[in-house]
Design a protein around this ligand. Structure first.
Ligand SMILES: Nc1ncnc2c1ncn2[C@@H]1O[C@H](COP(=O)(O)OP(=O)(O)OP(=O)(O)O)[C@@H](O)[C@H]1O
Length: 230
């Protein structure tokens, strides 16, 4: 971990309409994730984990507050610049892999790089390197349906970091896996975060995995507070 703050949410507020009134999900939420750091986001269902990750990932705008990615304030960015920033600087992993079924594992990891303009040969070399690192290099030419759940998720993680993002956001990345497989996938994810220096914010209900991260946070009355286990 370094002192570089890769992701910062400052005084973030998010409200939704609820009948005549409003439902406050985030209210002055503050988060800082440093390069190479892993933070667990642990909170009950409906507390606002996905909302927080969507805002951090520039998929949704907060009603108030600011999001900084790699030190850059994102609130006033136009749509094109925002999309570019998301593609270049943010990687996402979801509970379900969301790999493109008609492409091989290798192609799935190549695509985000080629969208940013990298040539096929360089994208393929990088994709193979990442799949090797995730210990799935030998399955590179298989399509997602030919891979196990743990393998699919390792490909999804490789894809998420293919463009060397500042920030990795994961929403229940092991939620669909049995405990042993979840442990293996989490080990691979941890190694990749440490090696790449990406800043990782990981929503999980798995307290065992959360306890292995650098720290755990939760959402209480719209604010971010340290999560106490037990
Ligand atoms: N677009 C929306 N419009 C209205 N309400 C919303 C919207 N998005 C989320 N909510 C509400 O905000 C609350 C937080 O939702 P969110 O999906 O962030 O929770 P979560 O902590 O990720 O839950 P889970 O663990 O079940 O996925 C929920 O009550 C949800 O119904």
């Amino acid at each position: 971990m370094t002192d570089t703050v890769a992701l910062r949410l400052e005084a973030v507020g998010r409200h939704f309409k609820e009948g005549e009134g409003k439902l406050t999900i985030l209210d002055g939420a503050e988060v800082e994730v440093h390069a190479g750091e892993m933070i667990a986001l642990v909170a009950p269902s409906g507390a606002g984990k996905s909302t927080l990750l969507h805002i951090a990932g520039l998929l949704e705008k907060p009603d108030t507050g600011e999001v900084y990615v790699g030190g850059e304030a994102c609130g006033s960015l136009g749509d094109d610049r925002r999309t570019q920033m998301r593609r270049r600087s943010i990687g996402f992993v979801y509970q379900f892999h969301h790999l493109l079924p008609e492409f091989s594992a290798l192609e799935n990891v190549m695509l985000p790089q080629m969208i940013l303009g990298l040539g096929r040969v360089a994208a393929e070399a990088r994709a193979q390197e990442l799949l090797d690192y995730m210990r799935i290099g030998k399955r590179a030419l298989h399509r997602p349906a030919e891979l196990s759940g743990g393998e699919q998720q390792r490909v999804a993680i490789a894809r998420a970091v293919a463009n060397s993002p500042h920030v990795l956001l994961a929403d229940e990345p092991t939620g669909n896996l049995d405990p042993t497989t979840a442990g293996y996938v989490f080990d691979a994810l941890t190694a990749l975060v440490r090696q790449s220096g990406v800043a990782a914010l990981i929503a999980t209900h798995n307290h065992e995995l959360a306890a292995r991260m650098d720290r755990s946070i939760t959402i209480e009355q719209g604010r971010i507070v340290p999560h106490q286990f037990g």
